[in-house]
Design a protein around this ligand. Structure first.
Ligand code: MN
Length: 229
């Protein structure tokens, strides 16, 4: 038994629908600009740029119906509704054909973003962490195993704020499909069981305020409810 000089951090994890076991999270990868309409609304050109990756921290995940605390140092916090891809298997240079074998299940998440700080980082050519990887920045639903969801490649993905539709898209609009995300990511990092990927957001991102109720949905995957406090 290893002895630690201070108490080790608790294992980050996500709940599983209909089960009292949890999914232990190792890393959180996020795909940027994976829907053309969102690339355009962010001022980009989907014909000229590929999606890309950044990371959040596992302990940024917010689960089990917890409220999202509006973070400090920002006056422009945005919602981004995304699908979670949870991996049970990893590897380096995973071939496209076997990439889906790595997937344990799927879920719904919000890639909450301090847009004003992210904007400053972009302008200065600095990393995005302060805009993206802040505490509680990734509210997440229960995960559902592939045995129940299959591998969803089409179907509605939407987000309502206070019952009003703000974001709406279809999984079939993703530029990088799930196998492509896994194969590409595994060429840069050795993936491992417990890694999760937030697969990018459709268009319609916008600011939230304290008191807002965020309700996300992905056909065949599930629902996410989160209050901004
Ligand atoms: Mn995002």
């Amino acid at each position: 038994m290893t002895k630690y000089i201070i108490e080790p951090a608790p294992q980050a994890s996500l709940p599983i629908r209909g089960s009292d076991t949890r999914f232990p999270v190792r890393r959180v990868y996020c795909v940027g600009r994976n829907y053309a309409a969102h690339t355009i609304e962010m001022g980009g050109d989907p014909d000229r740029e590929e999606p890309f990756f950044f990371q959040k921290n596992p302990d940024n995940l917010l689960s089990d119906g917890a409220d999202f605390p509006y973070p400090d140092k920002s006056a422009d916090v945005h919602h981004e509704i995304e699908m979670i891809v949870a991996l049970k298997k990893g590897g380096y240079n995973i071939p496209l054909e076997s990439a889906l074998d790595c997937v344990w299940g799927y879920g719904v998440a919000l890639d909450m973003t301090r847009r004003d700080l992210q904007g400053e980082c972009k302008k200065a050519g600095r990393p995005w962490e302060i805009g993206k990887a802040f505490d509680h920045s990734a509210p997440a639903s229960e995960l559902v195993p592939v045995s129940e969801s299959g591998h969803p490649s089409q179907g509605a993905i939407w987000l309502k704020v206070n019952s009003e539709i703000r974001q709406q898209g279809d999984l079939n609009q993703m530029i990088w499909k799930v196998p492509e995300m896994i194969a590409y990511l595994s060429s840069l990092f050795a993936l491992a069981p417990g890694d999760v990927i937030l697969s990018g957001t459709p268009s319609g991102v916008g600011p939230v305020e304290r008191g807002d109720l965020l309700e996300g949905h992905i056909d065949g995957v599930g629902d996410l409810k989160c209050k901004v406090v």
